[in-house]
Ligand binder design. Structure first.
Ligand code: PEP
Ligand code: MN
Length: 347
């Protein structure tokens, strides 16, 4: 059961709700978002209707909702209308306008990211992607430029009117990454790093939560629940392929998950066709398919010279190939009632 407080409910009203829950020997879980507070009631007894009638009368309570799913706050039952995550003016996930993030797998140098940012902005992207902290399978592989990577990225994004989405891999870096980025990414390998999920949730910056390499949809939504419960309600889910047995693609793109999630959660969902396929030539067809299937956006790896990329060159598009992709995407978006982002504005 969750108790949804009115927007900007007073602290005393929230405390009174908590006290009322405690007096019934139940546990309250309070999630204070930027606009509204939601109180989860844990351990509710069998006669939930009677309890609902009792809570709904309390001051500041807007509604009390019974939820059958293990994930509460991110479920459609909790919020039937879709959430639109607003990263900043002109950068939204979940509305009619798609979000389009593009950039290198890793930030490698100032020049590399400046060149890429300029090209992807010109081709219609509205977010710059790129890792400054890289979660690599091998401890000997390039681990990212760290803070200087974030700084190069910020400069490149600002010069081209783009917002930044970048990964954070360590709870100790959340503050640093939040200071430079507009949106923080939790990578597939960290989807169930619960300490990191909570820490990112406390930061109250929009979060891009990638699906774990072999996570079920329910496990993925439980991970989103951690972030939501910690206080960040602006969460976007990202399908990036799951591990399978075929070797022609790096992962298996689960496009059905996009449609399934629509029924289970109010959160927006995007697709990463780059990590999902691992093959440059498959990025365009899977991007078109993802938008046709109802994805709220795409995140795509683009590199000025993929052959020299420090990571994921084989799946990175060249700069002209990304421009071709956005041109091909526009009519598909239109056919399903969506549109590409407006050209980036330098502020
Ligand atoms: C990435 O987007 O840079 C990345 C590492 O992706 P994933 O976590 O999906 O493997
Ligand atoms: Mn990558």
């Amino acid at each position: 059961m969750i108790i949804v407080m009115r927007p900007h409910a007073a602290d005393e009203e929230i405390l009174a709700v908590e006290a009322s829950i405690a007096s019934l020997e139940l546990t309250a879980h309070v999630s204070r978002g930027a606009e509204r507070t939601i109180v989860g009631v844990i351990g509710a007894p069998d006669d939930k209707e009677a309890l609902r009638a009792q809570f709904v009368q309390l001051d500041g309570v807007e509604q009390v909702i019974l939820i059958s799913r293990a994930y509460k706050l991110v479920s459609r039952e909790a919020k039937p209308e879709p959430t639109i995550v607003r990263v900043r003016e002109g950068v939204t996930f979940g509305g009619e306008t798609l979000a389009l993030a593009a950039g290198p797998c890793s930030i490698e140098s100032r020049e590399q990211v400046l060149l890429t940012a300029q090209a992807v902005a010109a081709a219609g992207a509205n977010l710059l992607r790129g890792g400054a902290f890289k979660p690599r399978t091998s401890p000997y592989a390039f681990q990212g430029l760290g803070q200087s990577g974030l700084e190069f990225m910020r400069e490149a994004a600002d010069r081209n009117g783009l917002a930044i989405v970048t990964e954070v891999v360590d709870p100790r870096d959340v503050e640093l990454v939040a200071a430079h980025a507009d949106m923080m990414q939790i990578g597939a390998r960290n989807m169930q790093n619960f300490t990191l999920l909570r820490e990112v949730g406390y930061a109250r910056k929009p979060v891009l939560l990638k699906r774990g390499i072999s996570a079920t949809i329910d496990e993925w939504l439980m991970a989103a629940e951690y972030v939501y419960a910690a206080g960040t309600h602006d969460i976007v889910l990202c399908e990036r392929g799951i591990r399978s047995y075929d070797t022609h693609t790096r992962n298996l793109l689960d496009l059905a998950a996009v449609a399934v999630l629509r029924t289970l959660t109010h959160l927006p969902v995007i697709v990463d066709p780059s990590h999902a396929t691992g093959v440059r030539s498959l990025v365009l067809p899977m991007s078109l398919a993802a938008v046709a299937a109802g994805a709220d956006g795409l995140i795509i790896e683009v590199h000025p010279t993929p052959a020299t990329a420090k990571s994921d060159g084989a799946q990175s598009l060249t700069l002209p190939a990304f421009a071709e992709l956005t041109a091909r995407l526009a009519p598909v978006a239109h056919a399903v009632g969506r549109r590409l982002p407006a050209p980036a504005v330098v502020v």
